[in-house]
Design a protein around this ligand. Structure first.
Ligand SMILES: [Mg+2]
Length: 462
């Protein structure tokens, strides 16, 4: 059993985040052993506080008992077990029992979860101390999570968990343990709180982070006003996107037309406008916002001394990627075409492909290019690259967002600690994961979560 589990885990590594899985595993132990807010069999359901619909009048009455949810909410508001579900005034119309959650047990669950999050917080703090001495490979966290990377700030995970728990009552549950997404969101909250005092530069992915996949940044999006407030708070803002339209300014402007219109309507100053950038093609085409609220291309030699790859090397590299993608189309009988661009090659389906097909294309091409480069990670070798599942398509880009963010940091003089990147692709088949080496990160899954993060951030900035 163990070996089968290990093999399966290995094969699913591209769907998992090692730190989140580690925290999830730690929280699972108290969930299994202790998170049993004692289910008491109450032989008469409470009635005095249970609103129900009176069908004859359409108004609420207090005649028919409800089940678990109401008792949970009562447990949160009442101090003692005895008063959690007062059955003294039970109606004659009752069910045989209700599942009662004990408020003391809920508080004990919260305390245990919070303690574990505090312990992970301490492990991260120790890892940072070891990092500063160049000894991070000997940290306890590295031994527990061998693939753990660099942390640029401590993370107040205990307080962030208590904040999440106050909103979502995670510790009140006895059948569903803390989930991957809840831990991911708690990490985001902790990162936003930790970064707020130092933050000078915030970068965003485009698709699924600022707007739905393949669509444009609409004028009515709540994110327009929030990004304007970031610029007004003296932050520098950049969109670092895979979208690569070479130097065709109009196509980038069309994708973010709603945001640019918002800038014009907000009467931002020239200085504020000049702090907005778009980096296209991961790291290949930089644009800056001008006083006309339009984008203006900046040639690479004006902001970077980054090595330029020879055209021969670059085209040979893309030839290999293109060949592999065509092979994927043939082997998996995909209804798709392969598109070649000056610094990218992509597999674009005619009809939707499923996640497994897209992941197989991304991972097989990644593996093929690693072998071609004779390296073990995509940011090594003569030509760094990014082969990723874009959600509906697969792309291989020359360069990656690590290079994109680092070039902007060098050009604008911001440190990793002063930078946060917000994106939705942080699995090994994604293209935001590369930024973790350059800056703090927040992993969201849709524009609504980006909005939530920015609202939390702006509260802290002010
Ligand atoms: Mg995205």
């Amino acid at each position: 059993m163990t070996s089968i589990y290990r093999i399966n885990y290995h094969l699913r590594a591209h769907k998992r985040d090692p730190l989140i899985e580690f925290i999830k595993g730690m929280l699972l132990t108290p969930f299994v052993l202790h998170a049993t807010p004692s289910t008491a069999m109450v032989d008469q359901a409470p009635s005095s506080t249970l609103p129900v619909r009176d069908n004859s009048s359409g108004s609420a009455s207090h005649a028919t008992p409800y089940m678990t949810d109401t008792c949970t909410s009562l447990a949160e508001t009442q101090p003692t077990e005895k008063s959690d579900c007062d059955s003294s005034s039970a109606s004659h119309d009752t069910l045989p029992f209700v599942l009662r959650r004990n408020s003391d047990a809920i508080r004990a669950n919260e305390q245990r979860y919070a303690e574990i999050m505090g312990d992970v917080e301490a492990l991260i703090a120790e890892h940072i101390t070891m990092q500063e001495k160049g000894l991070e490979k000997y940290s306890r966290l590295r031994r527990l999570v061998p693939t753990i990377g660099t942390f640029f700030t401590p993370l107040p995970l205990r307080d962030a968990f208590l904040y999440s728990n106050a909103k979502y009552a995670i510790a009140s549950r006895k059948y569903i343990p803390p989930s991957f997404n809840e831990i991911r969101r708690t990490l985001n909250t902790a990162q936003v709180w930790a970064s707020a005092p130092h933050l000078k530069f915030i970068t965003f992915d485009g698709d699924m982070t600022l707007y739905p996949d393949g669509q444009t940044f609409e004028e009515h999006s709540h994110l327009v006003g929030l990004i304007i407030r970031l610029l007004q708070a003296d932050l520098t803002v950049a969109i670092v996107t895979a979208a690569g339209y070479t130097t065709e300014t109009a196509r980038y402007e069309a994708r973010i037309s709603g945001l640019l219109k918002g800038f014009a309507d907000a009467n931002l100053s020239p200085e504020q406008l000049s702090r907005f950038y778009v980096m296209g093609g991961e790291c290949n085409y930089l644009f800056q916002c001008g006083v006309d609220c339009g984008l203006h291309y900046i040639p690479e030699n004006e902001y970077s001394s980054h090595q330029v790859w020879s055209d021969h090397d670059l085209q040979s590299f893309l030839d290999v990627a293109e060949l592999n993608l065509w092979q994927c189309v043939k082997d998996m009988k995909l209804d798709a075409k392969v598109l070649r661009k000056p610094k990218a090659v992509g597999l674009v389906p005619y009809s939707p492909l499923n996640r497994e097909q897209l992941d197989e294309c991304a991972l097989s091409t990644q593996q093929c290019l690693l072998q071609y480069n004779r390296v073990s990670t995509p940011d090594q070798g003569r030509i760094p690259f990014c082969a990723f599942n874009g959600g509906n398509d697969v792309w291989v880009d020359i360069g990656n967002k690590l290079i994109g963010v680092q070039m902007l940091q060098e050009h604008l003089h911001f440190s990793p600690k002063e930078t946060v990147h917000v994106g939705d692709q942080f699995l090994s088949t994604g293209n935001d994961i590369a930024t973790r080496t350059a800056c703090c990160t927040c992993w969201i899954i849709n524009p609504e979560e980006t909005q939530g993060i920015l609202e939390e951030l702006l509260q802290r900035l002010s």
